[in-house]
Design a protein around this ligand. Structure first.
Ligand code: MRU
Length: 343
């Protein structure tokens, strides 16, 4: 199954090549990011998005920016590394993968044995490793999650936790792709995912490209689709998983979990181990990104609310652990009570 590659190296490793997700599903366009400013803008505007994908893109952008300068005294180099990582880290606060990837890059940049070409190569190797490891984690998540799927599963999902959000076949969608690969007639109900429509623009597009049966529904239709008996399970991704299993994910995930509980439908979260944040005890400690009012007032350019009306626009919400049937990671299927510690 050919999957879109959300983020990879450009030719000669001189750029970060991304699929510009702002253009989907109208056009499949690629964008080469050559500077930290370009990478920050791409992450902020969701040209590249999804927790694992922004971590990978930031790592690559860090490698490019640190590698392009002449050898400098250790202090200057450390300050420069901190400034680049800081700018990339500040783009979006909720996905823990972003900081996790940048911390890995900072550790390489701080190695006093490396300089010049050796430093440049080591940084590129680390960023490539982050991409390759994510690809492998996606597949393992899919294999573990598939054990939870009935044959010909009818699945509900929210936002996009597929290939477009990762370095591989996705997290929540990984098991969907593996089920289709083994010949199942899997069907996915795709929440359109207000307000930026990652579900209808991105998930629906990539499932259709892969030949998977996908049906887009308004977010507000999910509960009634469940009530009709059309959903066997819900599976979503995560931007950050607290030590107690509370999960931050795209706003609307919590409502889907509440509806699933009401209808007795299992609610699964799929995420790589890079999305675990054992340092944050509960979801109350997760910083939720607030986004621009005009994403709601002027949905994709046309007036969808009075121009000056106050808006509350959190990008994510927290689903409490007690609504989650299991969390599936590359390490296996985790059942409650959850307790994620540093490993
Ligand atoms: O704002 P986005 O589109 O970056 O939000 C993405 C999500 O909420 C995804 O579900 C999450 O990052 C998991 S991606 C494997």
């Amino acid at each position: 199954m050919a999957m879109p590659e959300a983020v990879r190296w450009g030719p000669g490793r001189r750029s970060v090549r991304i699929i510009d997700q702002r253009a989907l599903p109208g056009a499949l366009a690629e964008l080469d990011l050559r500077t930290v400013d370009e990478a920050c803008a791409a992450i902020r505007t969701l040209a590249v998005r999804g927790a694992p994908a922004i971590g990978i893109a930031a790592a690559m952008a860090f490698a490019l920016a640190m590698g392009e300068h002449a050898p400098a005294p250790a202090e200057t180099r450390a300050a420069r590394a901190r400034a680049i990582a800081g700018a990339l880290r500040d783009t979006r606060p909720t996905a823990v993968n972003l900081g996790w990837a940048l911390d890995r890059m900072l550790a390489v940049a701080a190695d006093p044995r490396l300089a010049g070409d050796a430093l440049r190569d080591a940084l590129a190797r680390e960023a490539t490793a982050i991409l390759d490891e994510d690809r492998a984690m996606c597949r393992r998540i899919g294999e573990h999650a598939l054990t939870l799927f009935p044959v010909d599963a009818r699945v509900a999902t929210h936002c996009n936790a597929g290939a477009l959000a990762t370095g591989g076949i996705g997290t929540a969608l990984a098991a969907v792709y593996l089920a289709a690969e083994r010949g199942d007639r899997v069907r996915v109900f795709v929440d359109e995912t207000r307000p930026l429509l990652q579900g209808s623009r991105l998930t629906a597009w990539e499932l259709q490209q892969a030949g998977v049966d996908a049906v887009v529904i308004a977010d507000s239709a999910a509960a009634s689709v469940m009530r009709r008996g059309d959903v066997d399970l819900c599976i979503v991704g995560a931007d950050r998983i607290a030590a107690n299993g509370d999960v931050a994910n795209k706003v609307g995930t919590y409502a889907l979990a509440v509806a699933a509980r009401h209808h007795g439908i299992p609610f699964y979260v799929a995420a790589p181990s890079s999305s675990f944040d054992p340092a944050t005890p509960t979801g109350a400690g997760i910083v939720i990104e607030q986004r621009a009012a005009d994403e709601i007032r002027r949905g994709f350019g046309s007036l969808t609310a009075p121009p000056a009306i106050p808006v509350y626009n959190p990008a994510f919400d927290v689903t409490p652990a007690d609504l989650i049937t299991a969390i599936v990671s590359d390490r296996g299927v985790h059942r409650p009570p959850f307790e994620f510690t540093a490993s």
